[in-house]
Design a protein around this ligand. Structure first.
Ligand SMILES: Nc1nc2c(c(=O)[nH]1)N[C@H]1C(S)=C(S)[C@@H](COP(=O)(O)OP(=O)(O)OC[C@H]3O[C@@H](n4cnc5c(=O)[nH]c(N)nc54)[C@H](O)[C@@H]3O)O[C@H]1N2
Ligand SMILES: Nc1nc2c(c(=O)[nH]1)N[C@H]1C(S)=C(S)[C@@H](COP(=O)(O)OP(=O)(O)OC[C@H]3O[C@@H](n4cnc5c(=O)[nH]c(N)nc54)[C@H](O)[C@@H]3O)O[C@H]1N2
Ligand SMILES: [Mo]
Length: 769
């Protein structure tokens, strides 16, 4: 493994709150390093403002009345990273062979700066060489045509969740015109359990909570979401809610700093007095994958208390009127909870009945409750069931479809939710195929396409011949990277539309291209003038975004232009689609989006810059359940185990959680510090419970090897990690994604949605040899 450290490694507990001075310092460091002016940065002033650009980091809601600085430490880091003065020019590529670059860390690759020129892989010299855009599209078009003639299903069109609604709409149309629904996106590794669970439970594929609900809620549950690092702007509404007296109950194996204390870096008083708001009022360190059991315990307590209350003639604990009018499957669910036994619940959750009773008591008192969750719930074998279990808890007291309440998945990439809304999906039933047929006079493919895991399987078995990628770093983000890399090279064609160099570019197909594109922060000049784009946030609101800074270079093009050129080069002419007119004026793409989705979009062009955004219509918010039963459905899980089919486990086997540090955005590594967790200068670490360290004969600070226990004859190992004694439940250990993806078997995924189960990988840890 490439070493992921700076040589100056320090591990010290970090006592400060999230936000605060630590955040200000960390930000200045990165702005300086990337050559972005620190003071008076006009760019940052426009971040997440109604007339500015929408942050390229997370998807959290954008308020109608933004703060003076409506960005967080990590949003500003993302801006600095994109707006860096550094450039990965053709000279850089001439100086390094691809084989040499394969030995570089993720950090070192992206730190070369923005890509400036279209590049084609040259096998003779093992280098990427510059080509003209014209040559690039001619060859890509020819290759794609040849593959289409053989089998249109042999090509995959991947999208990472950053591209705008406009680009995404064009991308999905390109794939369908090409002849497949092979449209995996980063959501397949992320919130796919949400997209599967919520339609089953409440008839809507996305969360129901709006930003205003934070103003009236009494209680927020936080399941497996690390707000301080991954959605820090949410700390402001949370702080406000806490000040009003709302409770926050967290379930997380780790004591994450942002969920404990927060100092608002934009409040001079808080900064000077070093005061902080306590965020969580209860903190439950559930075992990895123990949420299904913990949630069952909570529901079991509430059901039992309700029975007692009703029998004693006291007010009911459950909302029986809501359950009767709006839900289905309640009796079966009650039977399941009654059957679940306490020793099983306590063992699997790692929490005591008393602890769960405290959480249930707070829930029973609260009038309006929000259930927030992230990767800690979704990335398990039973991820979809676990999400449905959280909905069950909310349904018991009518906490969906009323102010201050609802289900709130915290989405990842800044437009990942929007991509689904405009057709990037491998599931044909989610795309308006008949409408597309009508609009564009072609026969859209009706067969299910490949999701992320299935694309990987196709690459392994040779049926996928080409991978065309709209952003992202697929090969680094997926499971089983050790098995996938050699298979990846057997593809005929790899094309990646990217802003920065990453490892996916270096493991190339026979014909391979890197196409450099503009980021969202840059001014995108087209025939009709500078263009705006739109996106959807985590609360299903659409916002316009306008670039504010100069393009990084003369040979860098916009994503819509690149997608249109690929379409023109690879597809037969379609008189109904004028790709050039769309590129000349993105408002025409928005017209097409509106024509395709008349129920969702109305006057997008006119309203997209409205402060606070356009609210997407969602039946569940008004208790209109668009499910098969016409009601909200309680779900009965199979059992309490979120990661059931693991092989026989001895006492030396641990469950590994793969985590993000505070200094990364997915596979983009900004630096080697994880401030809140007290790690400095390294990513080569393994957090372990002290008792496990002793029990396994290891040493705090010692070096260990980690091997996956998958029972499938494939060797999956990572060597030389440093053990850190940490406050993590016994039997669990933690380390960083993407470095540890080599340990994650491809088949270890959520049963229903196929999201890789990256939060519970069974491993054996031994002293380094
Ligand atoms: N700065 C920054 N922002 C980001 C990203 C980034 O990498 N950096 N990534 C973006 C993307 S694409 C996404 S999807 C989101 C991801 O944001 P999150 O959903 O926060 O994802 P993670 O950091 O992977 O893990 C979330 C938390 O789950 C906890 N956890 C692990 N296993 C379990 C479990 O079994 N049960 C429970 N209850 N908790 C568990 C971990 O301790 C961790 O605190 O953030 C987005 N925003
Ligand atoms: N073990 C483990 N694996 C995981 C996870 C985990 O928690 N644990 N998390 C999963 C999750 S939630 C996700 S979302 C995936 C992330 O998977 P991806 O979305 O595929 O990966 P990113 O790291 O976000 O992609 C970074 C690259 O995107 C490109 N890029 C950046 N901005 C732009 C832009 O504006 N346009 C274009 N065209 N390209 C751009 C840059 O070249 C950069 O190198 O990883 C998943 N993998
Ligand atoms: Mo994600």
């Amino acid at each position: 493994m490439t070493e992921q450290n700076t040589g100056d490694v320090r591990i010290e507990p970090y006592d400060s709150p999230a936000g605060g001075w630590g955040s200000a310092r960390s930000l200045v460091e990165i702005l300086t390093r990337e050559g972005v002016p620190v003071t008076g940065s006009a760019m940052l002033m426009k971040q997440n403002k109604p007339d500015g650009f929408m942050c390229v980091s997370c998807a959290w809601a954008k308020p109608a009345k933004p703060l003076a600085f409506e960005y967080c430490e990590n949003g500003a880091k993302a801006t600095a990273w994109e707006q860096t003065r550094r450039r990965a020019t053709p000279d850089f590529f001439a100086a390094h062979t691809v084989t040499e670059l394969l030995g570089w860390s993720d950090y070192a690759l992206e730190e070369q700066g923005r890509l400036t020129h279209p590049m084609r892989y040259d096998p003779e010299t093992d280098r990427y060489r510059p080509v003209s855009w014209g040559e690039a599209f001619a060859e890509i078009g020819q290759e794609l045509k040849a593959l289409r003639a053989e089998d249109p299903k042999s090509v995959v069109f991947y999208a990472s969740g950053r591209a705008s609604l406009e680009t995404s709409y064009m991308w999905a149309l390109l794939a369908r015109l090409y002849g497949n629904n092979n449209l995996p996106d980063s959501s397949n590794m992320c919130h796919e359990p949400t997209s599967v669970a919520l339609p089953q439970s409440i008839g809507a594929p996305v969360g129901t909570v709006l930003l205003e609900d934070f103003e009236t809620t009494d209680l927020l549950f936080f399941f497996g979401q690390n707000v301080g690092s991954n959605a820090p702007r949410m700390l402001h509404p949370l702080q406000e809610a806490r000040r009003r007296g709302a409770q926050i109950i967290t379930f997380n194996p780790l004591r994450e700093r942002g969920l404990e204390r927060f100092t608002n870096p934009q409040s001079p008083v808080e900064m000077l007095t070093r005061s902080a708001t306590k965020i969580s009022t209860q903190y439950h360190q559930v075992k990895a994958g123990g949420d299904l059991a913990a949630l069952t315990g909570l529901c079991k307590i509430l059901i039992a208390q309700d029975r007692e209350a009703v029998a004693a003639g006291k007010p009911a604990v459950l909302d029986h009127a809501f359950i009767a009018e709006h839900t289905n499957g309640f009796e079966d669910f009650v039977a399941f909870c009654d059957r679940a036994d306490w020793p099983g619940i306590e063992r699997r959750s790692g929490l005591t009945r008393t602890a769960l009773e405290a959480a249930a008591a707070a829930y029973a008192r609260a009038k309006a409750v929000i259930g927030i969750y992230g990767m800690g719930l979704t990335q398990h074998r039973k991820g979809t069931e676990t999400v449905r279990m959280l909905v069950n808890l909310l349904l018991l007291r009518g906490n969906i479809g009323k102010p201050g309440a609802g289900i709130c998945p915290v989405r990842g990439h800044s437009n990942v939710q929007g991509q689904r809304t405009v057709g990037i999906t491998e599931k044909p039933e989610l795309a308006p195929l008949d409408r597309l047929k009508e609009l564009y006079d072609f026969e859209p493919p009706r067969e299910k396409g490949l999701n992320t895991v299935e694309s990987c399987e196709g690459i392994l078995d040779g049926s996928v011949r080409a991978f065309v990628s709209l952003g992202g770093n697929f090969l680094r983000a997926i499971p089983d990277t050790g098995r996938m890399e050699p298979a990846w090279r057997r593809q005929r064609l790899t094309v990646q539309i990217s802003t920065k160099l990453n490892r996916s570019h270096l493991v190339n197909g026979t014909v391979a291209y890197i196409l450099p594109c503009l980021g969202r922060i840059e001014i995108d000049q087209q025939a009709s003038g500078p263009q705006a784009v739109s996106m959807e946030d985590s609360t299903a609101r659409f916002h316009g975004s306008r670039g504010v800074s100069d393009p990084v270079g003369p040979d860098v093009r916009s994503e819509p232009w690149i997608v249109a050129e690929i379409a023109k080069a690879a597809l037969p002419h379609n008189p109904r689609i004028d790709w050039d007119a769309w590129v000349a004026d993105y408002a025409r793409v928005r017209d097409a989006i509106e024509a395709t989705y008349p129920k969702v979009f109305h006057d997008l062009n006119g309203q997209m810059f409205r402060p606070g955004g356009i609210t997407k219509p969602l039946g569940a918010r008004d208790r209109k359940w668009e499910t098969e039963t016409g009601k909200a459905n309680f779900a009965v899980p199979e059992g309490l185990e979120a990661d059931p089919d693991l092989p026989e486990r001895g006492p030396d086997v641990l469950d590994l959680i793969t985590l993000r540090s505070n200094d990364q955005f997915n596979t983009t590594v900004y630096g080697y510090d994880d401030r809140f967790r007290g790690v400095k200068g390294t990513r080569d670490i393994l957090f372990m419970n002290r008792a496990d360290i002793t029990r396994l004969g290891l040493k705090d600070g010692g070096s260990v090897d980690v091997e996956a226990v998958a029972g499938d004859q494939v060797a999956r190992r990572v060597g030389g990690l440093r053990v850190i004694a940490y406050d993590i439940p016994p039997g669990n250990c933690g380390g960083y994604y993407p470095e540890l993806n080599v340990l994650l078997p491809l088949w270890h995924h959520d049963e229903q949605s196929k999201t890789p189960a990256a939060k519970a990988i069974t491993v054996r840890v031994t002293a380094a040899t």
